[in-house]
Design a protein around this ligand. Sequence first.
Ligand SMILES: [Zn+2]
Length: 209
Amino acid sequence: MNIKKTIFFILTVAVSLTAAGHRWGDSAHSIGLITSKGGKARHPAALQSGETGYSLIATATVIPPYKGNARVVLEGEPKLDYKIHLSAPVVDLKLHRKPELRDDVLYDLQPSDRIALWVLMKPPVLDPVCGMSYTNEFSKHTHEGKDYFFCSEDCLETFRQAPGRYQNVGVRGKYTLAFYDTITGNSVLNVPVIFKTKEDTHDAGGHHH
Ligand SMILES: [Zn+2]
């Protein structure tokens, strides 16, 4: 491992630890390549469904000859609230140039740049029984350390009678952290972000397709 790789690894771990210290539900890490022909992540980022928040550390290397600005979007339904941060080096050793992130656009990516994005995601708050979106009228109920919100006494009562049925309500299925060149509109990196329920996780042992 050369010195640049070592430093980058340390920075990435530092960001990961910061994210973990945030106690934001589940977290995952992905490694990808940014290329003009549409880069791919080495593997999808898998997150456990049913949390109130998630964090993803997405690291990527820019493959020559790509250079440019790339917009970063978390795609998928229902829309999640999310915020993207570019990890700032803990110590600036001038080993890397530093692309900038403003309004979810990475500016001035150059061949061989390495970036680490920290994406914080929050699912929309829904009544687990009827699926209604949260309003101020909702009441809160805590079950096994988790907060649930209900539109009415009826929904709360239905939940109380069979809480197990509503444990996995929340984000599930496939999202994509997508990077698009701002000039051409071409995809330059796709990172699949998969929210798995406990059942999905149990099924996933054998890597069947
Ligand atoms: Zn309801």
